[in-house]
Design a protein around this ligand. Sequence first.
Ligand SMILES: [Mg+2]
Length: 204
Amino acid sequence: MILTAGIDIDEVLRRFVDRLIEVYKKDYPDHEIKEITEWKLSPFFPIGKGINNYYAYSRAPEIYGHAACFEGAQEFLDNLKKLGCNVILISSQPSDIAKEFTIKWLSWLNFSYDALVFTSQKYKIHCDIYLGDSPDNIEELIKYGKRAVYFTRKWNENKSGERVSSFNEFIKLIEEIIKNYTDSIDYTNDTNYNDNDDFAIGAI
Ligand SMILES: [Mg+2]
């Protein structure tokens, strides 16, 4: 069984918000930024809606190219691969420059994945399971009948639905899906089975 996992980038693998605040504070040292508790960023920054242009264009290289990743992010993707998953990174980036620096960022930090797709319509990319933090994206995926899991962040913690709070929890979920699938296979009518066959355990 090969599972395809659709993994979001920002605020799952990449510390976008922390980096945005860091860069913003250099440009506006006197501005006070409120704690970000909602998905929409403009209410938390004194420049209001200007924040959208700020991260998408004027400071995109510094933000998208130089953000830190969450601890264990590379190992997380490696572990998904070890479990035999197809890993598709699905991300909605706000501009071409953000896309460009996202590609660079993934390569600089040595992430392994099978495909990278930039789209805001994540349901169009077929995956068996999705992981993300955006309430709009997760709700849309669920609406289209997909299995979408929240990665718990401040801005989604009051949303109902399947969720994990760590990379390990998601890995456990994948292991469970694989185990349930394997356990459900009915071998009783397997005509290839022969009592006289020798099986070398571990050679499979
Ligand atoms: Mg995200």
